[in-house]
Structures are given as C-alpha cells and as structure tokens.
Design a protein around this ligand. Structure first.
Ligand SMILES: [Zn+2]
Length: 175
C-alpha cells in the first residue's frame, strides 16, 4: 500500500526537526500531538498495543505492552500513532475510531491469518515512514550500511528494518 500524498506531507510536518541523528524522538512527537502514552500489562499477552479515543473531549491515549523490547515498543507506538494520523487525515482508520473508539493490536508485523485490513496496513506504513524515512534509508544504503547497523541507527528491530527494505526495493523495482 502506498501512503497518500496528504499523509506523507502530514508526517513530514509532524516529524520535522524531531530526529536525533537518525532516531525519531517519539516522546517529542507524542508531546506535540498531546497524546499520552502508557506502558501496560495487558491481560492478553498477545496484545502489543492499543489506541483509544476518549469521548467527549476527543483525547487520544496509547498503551504499549510493558514486557516488549524498547525497539519493538517504538514500532508499536508509531503504529498506534499511524491510526491517529490516518484518522485526522480522514483515511482508513476513521471508521475504527467512530465505531469502536479505537484499535487494539495483536502481533503487528505478522498477522496469523496473513491478511490485514487496510487500516492496519496503512498504520504500519505510517509507522515505517516515521521511524525509517525513505530518504534516510536511501542515504544509508548509499553508504553501504548493513541491516544491523541501520536498525541500530533507527532504533528499530532488525525484523522491522528488513521488512522496510523489502518494501522499498519492491517500490524501486516497480517505479
Ligand atoms: Zn493497528
């Protein structure tokens, strides 16, 4: 799935000036959006995170699984922010917030059934673009950086880094 131009521009504005070297300062992003984020002990240990819209004041709250590695938590938080960004840009996550108050996410990068809804795919794309911006990835590739090193620089798991590279290569081949 390709992100819409509107969302790409939104991400650029939101994250502008918030990278320290290559690492997105997620706390600063959350603060900018006035979204609170808490670590949680979910009763169901398969849940990695959730985002809820609190009525009536339209406040958003993110929860992320306490037991996960910090890099995995970063991807989860960015994914939940992806639902929010989609919502405010009238995209695929809009209905989820209107109908169910939010999203609860199980294994985000891999779904057992192999298929994801458009809202989930888009939230993953937004998370990947925020944490591993295309421009910065290409920059590192040109310097012959390894997956391991890139993952370290972006503070993401090597799995997330690998999936990002596969996706970008696909795009490069198609376009
Ligand atoms: Zn989700």
């Amino acid at each position: 799935m390709e992100l819409s131009k509107k969302i790409l521009i939104f991400i650029e504005g939101l994250t502008d000036g918030l990278y320290l070297n290559h690492a997105l300062q997620l706390e600063a992003v959350l603060e900018k959006l006035k979204i609170k984020c808490y670590t949680a002990d979910f009763e169901d240990s398969r849940i990695s995170g959730a985002i809820l819209k609190e009525d009536p004041d339209d406040k958003f709250i993110i929860y992320v699984a306490k037991q996960h590695h910090p890099n995995r938590r970063r991807f989860t938080i960015a994914h939940e922010l992806g639902h929010y960004i989609s919502y405010v840009n009238d995209s695929y996550s809009k209905n989820g917030f209107l109908e169910n108050k939010g999203f609860e996410d199980y294994s985000i990068l891999y779904r057992a059934d192999g298929k994801s809804s458009e809202a989930e795919m888009e939230a993953n794309e937004i998370a990947a673009e925020m944490l591993m911006p295309r421009v910065k990835v290409v920059e590192l590739l040109e310097k012959n950086s390894t997956i391991e090193l890139m993952a370290q620089k972006f503070f993401v798991s090597e799995i997330a880094m690998t999936i990002r590279l596969q996706k970008l290569y696909q795009d490069l081949i198609i376009t």
